[in-house]
Design a protein around this ligand. Structure first.
Ligand code: ZN
Length: 399
């Protein structure tokens, strides 16, 4: 299915612009009219991270007139493996500012608008309003559902992408363009249970995968803005980098969709953190009153060393994570061993169990299992290794 262009053409291109965009202008399908539409286009990119980095650079190079960048974070050294819009000298700098500088270097004719606050229910509608198209490069489910709902409520189409290890997905959600067009909730009505789908920070991502999926997103954005080709509306592109395989699946509009269905129950923004759940109810319940800080753990470890107390510190991450950094004195039993029950037999029944992971999510899930098995004085470490490294032992690397 093809759609009319999202944007009217600008009045004219300057001589500089004609020179700059000549390789576009000589493609008959794009031509003067298409390039003038790009010049008039206002595109918001959410996140200047893995997907946002290539997306912003190519949208800028393509001559999109106004680029919004919604990003609140700062550039970290661990970003540089894939977030190619930032460089070594940007470490510690605002990602939004760093991205703006790279865009200016790629194409100084682009007007860049920064939205540096964290995107939330209070500002998302105001920020989205006025953009022709949104490119979603977010990496968490709560923000994805918020982006979908806000875009739907405002009638703004958006290009979605997601990445994990060697796998990527992309689609265009644009119910405003067609009565048959699905939204993100039609594809994924419910977020996965917390802890089931690891984030890239927890599970990793091949850096170049970001370019594969980010470039698909820009490709679709250009088609939508200029009205050429057949965008991924009602289609899901699935990319497997190891098999080097692209598959395109049909995504139907769900008549029972909570947002765009016939009897929709969502008519305004909802509490997305609660909807997606930072941790499962069981884990949250287990963690109440049984969460210690890394400072408390540090004290406990010193007391253990002095022979004043005894406990077992269990790291529930994966072996490859344990190789990167660890809390001294911890033993490794990955979360899967708790899920299948094997770990319970390895735990001493006469010592307190202290669980810890990268950020405190996985350890809370394991805490629920351990407490359920009768280890009533078990605790977990809030903030995990990340907090340990930042507050107790900065000499260790983070990932
Ligand atoms: Zn829907």
């Amino acid at each position: 299915m093809s759609f009319p262009p999202l944007v009217e053409p600008a009045d004219e291109l300057t001589i500089d612009e004609v020179r700059r965009y000549s390789r576009h202008l000589i493609i008959p399908d794009v031509g003067m009219a298409g390039q003038k539409r790009l010049k008039n286009a206002k595109v918001l990119v959410i996140g200047a991270g893995g997907l946002g980095s290539p997306a912003l650079l190519y949208l800028a190079a393509a001559g999109v007139g106004t680029l919004g960048i919604a990003e609140f974070d700062e550039v970290d050294e661990s970003n540089l493996q894939r977030q190619i819009i930032h460089g070594q000298s940007d470490v510690g700098k605002s990602k939004a500012v760093s991205a703006k500088e790279s865009v200016a270097e790629t194409n100084p004719l682009v007007n860049v608008v920064l939205h540096e606050g964290r995107l939330d229910n209070d500002n998302v509608m105001e920020i989205f309003r006025g953009y022709d198209l949104i490119v979603d490069g977010t990496d968490n489910f709560a923000t994805r559902y918020m982006v979908n709902d806000a875009a739907y409520l405002l009638g703004i189409p958006y290009v979605w992408g997601s990445i994990y290890r060697f796998d990527g997905q992309a689609s265009v959600f644009a119910p405003s363009l067609s009565a048959d067009a699905p939204c993100y909730r039609c594809l994924y009505p419910e977020p996965p249970p917390p802890g089931m789908v690891p984030s890239c920070a927890e599970g990793g991502v091949l850096g170049v995968l970001c370019a594969s999926i980010g470039s698909i997103q820009v490709n679709e954005a250009i088609k939508l803005l200029t009205g050429i080709g057949e965008p991924l509306v009602g289609k899901l592109m699935i990319y497997d980098a190891l098999e080097m395989e692209y598959r395109k699946l049909k995504v139907r509009k769900d008549p029972n969709c909570a947002l765009c269905g016939e009897n929709a129950t969502v008519s305004e923004l909802i509490d997305y953190d609660a909807f997606c759940g930072a941790v499962s109810d069981e884990a949250a319940e287990a963690a109440v009153g049984s969460t210690i800080s890394v400072k408390q753990l540090d004290e406990m470890l010193k007391e253990r060393e002095a022979g004043e107390r005894d406990f077992v510190l269990v790291d529930v991450r994966e072996p490859n994570e344990y190789e990167i950094n660890r809390i001294p004195g911890s033993v490794l039993i990955p979360k899967g061993e708790f899920l299948n029950g094997n770990a319970l037999g390895e735990l001493p029944s006469d010592k307190q169990i202290v669980l810890q992971c990268k950020s405190g999510v996985r350890s809370a899930e394991c805490l629920a299992i351990v407490k359920g098995a009768g280890f009533s004085d078990a605790v977990h470490v809030g903030g995990g290794v990340v907090a340990w490294v930042s507050q107790i032992d900065p000499s260790q690397p983070v990932y």
